[in-house]
Design a protein around this ligand. Structure first.
Ligand code: UDX
Length: 448
């Protein structure tokens, strides 16, 4: 089938590449000519496992093309995915200007039937707004052309996006139009594998499903983070509690890890946007407000522990920091807890030497100009002469480090383990002072 993705960011690029992989002829449009040039040269602008191979293979086969030419891109696709950004506006609500512009550019140029698919995470009611924008342009041109608008939210985890797209556990389609539903069924049929994964519903329910899914996941994390705080206060270990509650199939084991707070381009933004949507609809959303507030607080939990250990004034203190990306397998620093930890440690006068396996180049751009922040070429090199190690992201290579080296490189063996990578009894046996999240005892030997 002929497909166009409008917006070649994270979602548009993964969608376009994976649809090309299934045999579709895909044109990816973006207004950023640098990005399109890089892609046409066979490079990809983001770190996403497996994506470069899919892009290169399909570019080579001629099924995947990148362009800045809006006319050609709109003309090409029968199915047009809108995958542009919806950044948070000042009040936390999603900024819809790029979606609106994409819709208008379709209406202004289309000459035959188009199926317009909202792929970006957009507030409830956006499909109607997109339809209105296209109709407005058609009316302005004085032409009557058929088109459909459907909602097809993405559920791609960064670091596993290609896998998530290729092997979805569900494909949500919001549609009120038979022709569009049939086209979407056909497009996604290769992804069904052993059972029909398409869930077709009305437009608004599909739009809300995306937000509800992310809000539910964010709620689980904030809940576990608060439970971890309580575990510390009452002398329990959140890791046991996690295993204990996860074995109830109604709760399940996934997504119950307490840590340094959730980040990324979705959870913080979507939780805030859903709160704004609820406000506008006259609904309270008390639970989500608490989820958001708890997460903001959680990002400071590691600093609280540092302060408890080293005092309020951190002038003259130097810390090694492992992990800058908001989670492993990505170089994305959007809303990363590391940013809050770094800002707060620096504000208190400390200096930092940071290391991340892939996000270092991104960090140097995003955190440019922060005085007192330096980078090391390896995890071990970051440790040299530091007062303590602060771990913010659970990269695999941090899981079984050379503990003896950690002990010898740090001024004193103190580890603030923001992702509960290490077991307190082992740390105690090794003589490392270990500060986990919700691990009952605060330091080896300390009674709670
Ligand atoms: C998320 C959703 O999972 C995906 O379906 C949606 O489409 C986009 O948003 P992503 O932002 O890539 O994906 O990351 P995810 O793996 O969901 O993690 C989000 C944040 O939660 C990370 O900061 C992670 O460290 C944190 N997290 C996750 C926890 O703190 N504890 C957990 O148990 C799981």
């Amino acid at each position: 089938m002929k497909v166009t993705t409008i917006g070649t960011g994270y979602v548009g690029l993964v969608t376009g590449a994976c649809l090309a992989e299934m045999g579709n002829h895909v044109v990816c449009l973006d207004t950023n000519s640098d990005k399109i040039r890089i892609l046409n040269e066979g490079e990809i602008p983001i770190h996403e496992p497996g994506l470069a191979e899919v892009v290169r293979r399909n570019v080579a086969s001629g099924r995947l093309q990148f362009t800045t030419n809006v006319d050609a891109a709109v003309d090409h696709g029968t199915i047009l995915f809108i995958a542009v950004g919806t950044p948070p506006g000042e009040d936390g609500s999603a900024d819809m200007q790029y979606v609106q512009a994409a819709a208008r550019s379709i209406g202004a140029r289309m000459t035959d039937y188009k199926l317009v698919v909202d792929k970006s995470t957009v507030p409830v009611g956006t499909a109607d707004a997109v339809r209105n924008a296209i109709e407005g342009e058609l009316a302005r041109r004085g032409v009557a052309l058929e088109f459909s608008v459907v909602s097809n939210p993405e559920f791609l985890k960064e670091g596993a996006a290609v896998e998530d797209f290729m092997k979805p556990d569900r494909i949500i389609v919001g549609s009120d139009d038979e022709r569009a539903t049939l086209l979407m069924r056909a497009l996604y049929s290769p992804f069904n594998r052993n059972r029909d994964r398409l869930v077709v519903m009305d437009l608004r329910s599909a739009e809300l499903t995306k937000y509800a899914a992310n809000a539910m996941l964010a709620t689980r994390i904030s809940f576990m983070n608060e439970m971890a705080l309580l575990a510390e206060q009452v002398g329990a270990d959140i890791e046991w509690v996690r295993r204990g509650i996860g074995s109830d199939p109604r709760i399940g084991h996934d997504f119950l890890y307490s840590g340094a707070g959730y980040g990324g381009s979705c959870f913080p933004k979507d939780v805030k946007a859903l709160i704004r949507t609820a406000e506008a609809a006259g609904s309270g959303m008390r639970v989500l407000r608490a989820v958001d507030e708890a997460n903001e607080r959680q990002k400071l939990v590691l600093v609280d522990k540092v302060v408890q250990r080293f005092g309020d004034d951190l002038r003259g203190r130097h810390f090694a920091l492992w992990g800058l990306a908001f989670k492993p397998n990505t170089d994305d620093l959007r809303e990363a807890p590391s940013r809050v930890v770094i800002a707060e440690l620096l504000r208190r006068g400390a200096t930092i030497c940071a290391y991340d396996p892939v996000a270092m180049a991104e960090a140097q751009k995003a955190l440019a100009g922060l005085e007192g922040l330096g980078y090391a070429a390896s995890a071990n090199a970051a440790l040299e002469g530091a007062d303590a190690l602060v771990i913010v992201t659970e990269w695999k290579e941090f899981r079984t480090p050379d503990f003896e080296f950690i002990k010898s490189a740090l001024k004193q063996p103190v580890v603030f383990d923001g992702r509960n990578l290490y077991e307190p009894p082992l740390m105690q046996a090794l003589g490392i002072e270990h500060w986990g999240i919700g691990r009952g005892t605060r330091a080896p030997g300390a009674s709670v």
